[in-house]
Design a protein around this ligand. Structure first.
Ligand code: IVH
Length: 724
C-alpha cells in the first residue's frame, strides 16, 4: 500500500510527517490551479479528501503541523467558492469572560449603563454556547431566500444551496412570522454523528479533527449533495433584521422561533440574580461531557429587548450579552521536572511533571513530552518544531488536553524562561536499572539495554523467556507469572529468569507451600516443577532467543547457535568484540567473526555486544547458567529446520503429495501438524479449493503459503522424501 493510501491511524509519526509535507505541496498546487489558473485537475471531492486527510493527520500529530500547512490558510476553500453576502445587520461576536468576578462585573456594567438602582429587577437568559458555525437565514415572505455564514461579520458567504439540505432549517415559515426576518443560530454536528461520519470517512483515509471542523467542512462543499449526506443540525438563538418586532423579551423571542419550526436549545433559562446565572453555568458545565453536542461556555443575555436596544453595541459585540467560557483545554503552567518512564519494551519516555493546572475542567499534573527530539525542538523528520525552541525544566509551558488523550506540552513561553534554565540532558542510562540506554540510528526512541534485570521490563521479559518458541515452559502462563512476579514472599517470587529454576528449592526451605495456595493444586505444582526441570538442558538457539536481546529473534538466534555451537564461546566472543570506532576501522577480530555469521549484520552484532557489555546482564546470566545448560541443537534433540517447533495446518487440495505424506514430512522436520486453524497456528499451507481455514488464517494474520512455497521453504522436494 502506498503511503498516500494508508489509513491515518496506521501511519507512524515519521510517515505522518512525510504525508503532511506531500499534502501541503499538493494542496497548494491544486489551489493555484483552481483559483489562479481556473483549470482544476482534480474533482472537488478529491480536493476535499486531500484537505481532510491533512486535517486528520494534524489532529493526530499536532506537533507536526507545518508552517506552510493548508490548515493555516484562510481555512477551508477560499471564499471565492461561495458568493459574498452583505449582512443587513452585522453578525457580531461576543465578549468572553472567564471567572465569577468577571460575570459580576458584566452584570454591574449593564446596571451602570442603564442607571438601574441596585434593587431594580434585571433578568438575564443563560444558555449553552454551541461550538459550531454561526449562520444567518434570511426569510422574505416567509420563504428562505439566503443563508450566509458570518464571514468577517459584515460580509459572509452564500451557502443557501447547502443549507437547504438541512432538515432542521425550515424552507417556509408559518403565517404569523414577519414578512422579513433573518433568523440566526448555529450549525453544528452532534458528537455521535461526528464519530460515525468519521468512522465511515476513515476507511478512505479521511477524517475531521472535531465536530466543529466536521460541520464547517460539510457545509463548505461545492456540491450540496455532499452536504445533504452529512448530519448537520441547527439551533436558532437570535435574529437580525426583522420587519416587525417578534417579542418583548429574549426568552419569548426564542420561543417564537421554536413555534415557527426551528429547533431551540432546551437548556435556556431565565436568571433573576447573579447567583442564578452562576448556578446555571455550573449546572451546564457539569452536563458538558454528557451533552450530545460540543459547547464551550454559557451565554448570558439581557432578557428585555427594550433594554438590549438601549444597551446597543460596542464595535464588535453587544453590551447586553457576554459569553462565560469554560476553562480552556489549553493552559499554561510551570514544568517543574522532566522525568523518564521506562516502558515494558525498555523505551524511555519523557514525562513532564507540572505544577497542577486545570485544563478543560480536569486537573493535570503530568503531560507527555513524546521523545528526546521533541524536547530539543526537533520533529520526527529532523525539521524544527516550535521554531526550534527546546523545553527545559523551569519553563512555563502550554499544556493541551484533547478529549481523553494524554495531555501534551505544546510549547513554552520564551519570555518566562528562568535565566538559569539549562537545556535538558536526556539520560543515557536507564533511570530504573542503571543500564545503558541506547538510541539506534533512525529511531526516535532511546531504549534501556538492561533487558534481564530492568524491573520495568522484567515481567514482560519473563513472559517472553518462558514462551513457546523460547524456553517453552508449560504451566507458567500470564496469570502465574504475574502471581510470582508480584509475590512479596521471597520464597515464592520470580523476578528474573534464574528465579524460575530456584523456585522449587526456595519454597521447599520455606513454610509457604505452593500447593496450599489457591489456584495451584498438588498436580499442577508437580507438573510445573517437571516442566521447569525439563528445560534445565535446552537448545542453544532457544536459550539465546529466550534472553530477549534486541534484534535477536528466532532466526538470528538459530544463525548464531549454528555458528558458535556453545554459549560460552558466543559469550566470550561477544564480550571481547569491539565495534568499528569509525570509518575505515573494521572492528576487531571478534567483531568480524560475529558480523561474518551468515545473515548477521552490524545492527544485530551491536545489540549482542551491548547486551553482554552490561554488568547487570552478565550477573543475571551467571545466575541463570548455574541452573540451565544450553546445549547444541542435536544434543537437545532439536531438529533444525525452518519449520521446527512450528504448528502447521494443511488445507485445500495438495497436488504434489498426499495429505498423509505432507503430515509425515512436516513432523519429521520438527513441526506440529494441526487439523484446525487457531491463534497458535504458525503457518498454513493452502492448496486449490481452500475455504474456511484459509479465511480464518487470513483473519488471524497467519502466514499462508502454497504447496510450492512449502517445498521451497523446507528445501526438499516430494521425490526426495519418496524413499522414506
Ligand atoms: S448570541 C450578538 N448565543 O458564539 C450576539 N451566540 O463568540 C449573537 N454562539 O458568533 C450571538 N452559541 O456563533 C449566541 N447561544 C448562543 C451561541 C452563540 C454559540 C456563537 C455564535 C457567535 C459566537 C460569538
Amino acid at each position: 500500500m502506498s503511503l498516500r493510501n494508508k489509513p491515518v491511524e496506521q501511519l507512524t509519526e515519521k510517515e505522518a510527517a512525510e504525508e503532511l509535507g506531500r499534502l501541503a505541496a499538493e494542496i497548494a498546487e491544486h489551489d493555484h490551479r483552481y483559483h489562479v489558473e481556473d483549470r482544476p485537475v482534480i474533482s472537488d471531492a478529491e480536493y476535499d479528501a486531500l484537505r481532510l486527510r491533512n486535517a486528520a493527520i494534524e489532529a493526530r500529530y499536532p506537533w507536526l503541523v507545518r508552517a506552510d500547512s493548508p490548515s493555516r490558510g484562510v481555512g477551508a476553500p477560499p471564499s471565492s467558492t461561495f458568493a459574498p453576502v452583505q449582512h443587513s445587520r452585522p453578525m457580531l461576536s461576543l465578549d468572553n469572560v472567564f471567572s465569577d468576578e468577571d460575570v459580576a462585573d458584566f452584570v454591574a456594567s449593564v446596571r451602570r449603563f442603564l442607571a438601574l438602582p441596585s434593587d431594580a429587577e434585571l433578568v438575564f437568559t443563560a444558555e449553552p454556547k454551541i461550538d459550531g458555525l454561526s449562520m444567518s437565514l434570511r426569510y422574505e415572505n416567509r420563504r428562505l431566500v439566503t443563508a450566509a455564514t458570518r464571514g468577517d461579520g459584515t460580509t459572509g458567504e452564500n451557502v443557501t444551496a447547502n443549507i437547504r439540505t438541512l432538515d432542521e432549517v425550515p424552507e417556509r415559515l408559518p403565517s404569523d412570522a414577519p414578512d422579513l426576518i433573518e433568523v440566526r443560530g448555529e450549525v453544528y454536528m452532534r458528537r455521535d454523528d461526528f464519530l460515525a461520519l468519521n468512522q465511515r470517512m476513515a476507511e478512505s483515509g479521511q477524517a475531521f479533527a472535531n465536530p466543529r471542523n466536521s460541520a464547517a467542512g460539510s457545509l463548505r462543499q461545492k456540491n450540496p449533495e455532499v452536504t445533504r449526506a452529512r448530519p448537520l443540525k441547527f439551533f436558532a438563538y437570535a435574529w437580525g433584521e426583522t420587519s416587525a418586532p417578534i417579542a418583548e423579551t429574549q426568552f419569548d423571542a426564542v420561543r417564537r422561533l421554536a413555534g415557527w419550526g426551528f429547533v431551540v436549545n432546551d437548556l435556556m433559562v431565565r436568571c433573576r440574580s447573579l447567583d442564578d446565572m452562576l448556578g446555571h453555568y455550573r449546572a451546564i458545565e457539569a452536563m458538558r461531557a454528557t451533552l450530545p453536542y460540543d459547547i464551550d461556555g454559557v451565554v448570558y443575555k439581557v432578557d428585555r429587548l427594550d433594554l438590549q436596544e438601549r444597551l446597543g453595541f460596542r464595535s464588535r459585540s453587544p453590551r447586553w450579552a457576554t459569553a462565560h467560557k469554560f476553562p480552556a483545554e489549553k493552559a499554561t503552567t510551570v514544568l517543574e521536572k522532566i522525568e523518564i518512564q521506562v516502558g515494558r519494551t525498555g523505551a524511555l519516555t519523557p514525562v513532564a511533571r507540572l505544577k497542577p493546572v486545570t485544563v478543560g475542567g480536569v486537573v493535570v499534573t503530568n503531560a507527555t513530552l513524546h521523545n528526546e527530539d521533541y524536547i530539543r525542538g526537533i520533529g520526527n523528520t529532523g525539521q524544527p518544531i516550535r521554531e526550534g525552541r527546546d523545553i527545559r525544566e523551569g519553563d512555563t509551558v502550554i499544556v493541551q488536553r484533547a478529549g481523553d488523550v494524554i495531555p501534551q506540552v505544546l510549547d513554552i513561553v520564551p519570555e518566562k524562561r528562568p535565566a538559569d534554565a539549562e537545556p535538558y540532558r536526556f539520560p543515557h542510562v536507564c533511570p530504573v536499572c542503571g543500564s545503558h540506554a541506547v538510541r539506534e540510528e533512525g529511531e526516535a526512541v532511546r531504549r534501556c539495554t538492561g533487558g534481564l534485570v530492568c524491573p520495568a521490563q522484567a515481567m514482560e521479559r519473563i513472559r517472553h523467556f518462558v514462551s513457546r518458541n523460547a524456553m517453552d515452559i508449560e504451566g507458567l502462563g500470564e496469570k502465574q507469572i504475574e502471581f510470582f512476579f508480584t509475590h512479596p514472599d521471597p520464597a515464592l517470587s520470580i523476578r528474573a529468569p534464574a528465579d524460575i529454576f530456584t523456585l522449587r528449592r526456595r519454597q521447599a526451605a520455606s513454610l509457604t507451600k505452593l500447593e496450599n495456595i489457591e489456584g495451584f493444586g498438588d498436580v499442577s505444582v508437580r507438573k510445573l516443577f517437571a516442566a521447569i526441570d525439563d528445560r534445565r538442558r535446552v537448545a542453544l538457539s532457544r536459550f539465546l532467543f529466550a534472553l530477549g536481546i534486541r534484534h535477536i529473534g528466532e532466526t538470528n538466534a538459530k544463525r548464531l547457535a549454528r555458528h558458535f555451537l556453545s554459549f560460552a564461546k558466543l559469550r566470550d566472543i561477544a564480550e571481547r568484540a569491539k565495534a568499528p570506532a569509525g570509518k575505515g576501522d573494521p572492528g576487531n577480530d571478534e567483531w568480524r567473526e560475529i558480523v561474518g555469521v551468515s545473515g548477521i549484520g552490524e545492527v544485530v552484532a551491536e545489540a549482542l555486544v551491548d547486551f553482554f557489555a552490561e554488568d547487570h546482564n552478565r550477573a543475571a546470566l551467571d545466575a541463570l547458567l548455574a541452573e540451565v545448560t544450553p546445549v547444541d541443537e542435536e544434543a537437545a534433540g532439536e531438529i533444525s529446520s525452518p519449520v521446527a517447533g512450528k504448528t502447521v495446518v494443511f488445507t485445500g487440495a495438495l497436488e504434489r503429495m498426499s495429505r498423509d505424506e505432507a503430515k509425515a514430512m512436516a513432523e519429521r522436520l520438527g513441526a506440529r501438524v494441526a487439523g484446525s486453524v487457531s491463534r497458535k497456528t504458525d503457518l498454513v499451507v493452502a492448496g486449490p479449493g481452500a475455504g474456511s481455514k484459509l479465511k480464518q488464517a487470513t483473519d488471524l494474520g497467519i502466514e499462508v503459503i502454497d504447496e510450492d512455497a512449502w517445498f521451497e521453504r523446507v528445501g526438499q522436494s516430494p521425490s526426495s522424501i519418496a524413499g522414506h
